[in-house]
Each structure stands twice: as C-alpha cells, then as structure tokens.
Write a protein that binds this ligand. Structure first.
Ligand code: GRF
Length: 192
C-alpha cells in the first residue's frame, strides 16, 4: 500500500477524487495526511475522511526556506512514499524538493511545457489555443519544469471562458491523477 501525503491550497477537488478512490479497498494507495499553506476549504474533505491535516503558513516565517523546512518536517512526520501537489499554489525551494527527490509530483492544468505558472488556463485562452489539457509531472525547483509523467489533452471551444475551460480540465485532471497514483503504487510508473 502506497502512503501518500497531499498538499493543497484551495478547493481540493483533486484531493476529494483521490480520497474517494481510496474508499475502494482494492485501490493500492492510502492518504495518510493532507497539508496546506492556508486554511484551505479543501481541508474539509480530509477531515470528513478522518485523515490528519496540517497547515504551515509562509507568513509566519522569516524566509521561504524556513517555511519549507517546517512544511517538510510536517510531511516527513507521516513517512509518505509519495507527495502529491494537488492545487498547491506555492513554489517550493530546493531544501524541500531535494529532500523528496523521486517522491514528489504535481498536477498542472495545461499541456506543459506550454503555459506554466499560476494562470495556465487564462494563458491558453489568451494564446487562442484550440487544445490544452493537463500534465502530471515530477517536481523540481523550477515553475512546472519537472519531467513529464503523463498528459491528457482537452479541446478548447470557441465560447469557453477561463472558468468553463478549467472545469472541463479538472474533470480530466481528477481521473488522470487517480490513475497516475494507482500506477505509481503498482509500479507501472516508476519515479526515479
Ligand atoms: C487544479 O486545476 C490544479 O492543477 C491547479 O489548481 C487546480 C486545483 O483544483 N493548480 P482543486 O483545488 O483540486 O479543486
């Protein structure tokens, strides 16, 4: 059974999908804790599933590194095999990323390397893209630059808004994330 810590910043629907998957006893991963950089609404899903939560707010620390070190300690306390950034909207410094090498993945709402950063859906629309999608990738110190693990495309319709397009992407994203974590647990995908 793969032990997973999930980090979120917002609504937590990707987390919710993972928690729902783990309700099936045949799913080969379990979520041992959920962390956030703020009092995120999505933490409620963890509480409903009686999964431990922790919040480490950057504003309470003198540097990003000090914040990340405390966040790392909270993550490592749960001894995860895998850490999933699922809508975690902070760039993580080297001390965090290096300590979790081979165990840290992120989900991003575009077909990377296109549209990295916090406004991927808006940027795809502004670029008049006819197709965008979702990428699950390994995390390095850059902004959405780590090695790509899986991707799936989503068509952009002429009347899409950022909100409608993001919703369509998130439907695909949740399925892809649940499948990707399963594939990591069964070693169909090997992270190095
Ligand atoms: C996802 O689309 C994620 O890729 C992006 O923010 C969204 C988070 O959604 N960075 P949720 O919090 O899982 O609902």
């Amino acid at each position: 059974m793969l032990s997973v810590v999930v980090l979120i910043s917002g609504s937590g629907t990707n987390l919710q999908a993972l928690l729902k998957a783990t309700d099936n006893p045949l799913y080969p991963a379990k979520i041992v804790a959920v962390g956030s950089d703020n009092d995120a609404p999505g933490l409620t899903y963890a509480e409903l599933h009686e999964v431990d939560t922790f919040v480490v707010e950057p504003g309470r620390f003198e540097s990003r590194e000090a914040w990340a070190q405390t966040l790392l300690a909270s993550v490592q306390h749960h001894q995860p095999d895998l850490v999933v950034l699922a809508g975690f909207m902070r760039i993580l410094p080297a001390n965090f990323v290096n300590a979790l090498k081979g165990k840290l993945i992120n989900t991003h709402p575009s077909l990377l390397p296109l549209y990295p950063g916090a406004h991927a859906v808006r940027d795809a629309l502004e670029a008049k893209a006819t197709v965008t999608g979702v990428t699950i990738h390994k995390v390095d110190e850059g902004v959405d630059t780590g090695e790509i693990i899986v991707q799936q495309s989503v068509p952009v319709e002429p009347n899409d808004t950022a909100a409608s397009l993001h919703e369509k992407i998130k439907v695909i994203e949740r399925e892809l994330l649940v499948q990707c974590v399963q594939d990591i647990a069964t070693k169909k995908i090997v992270l190095s």
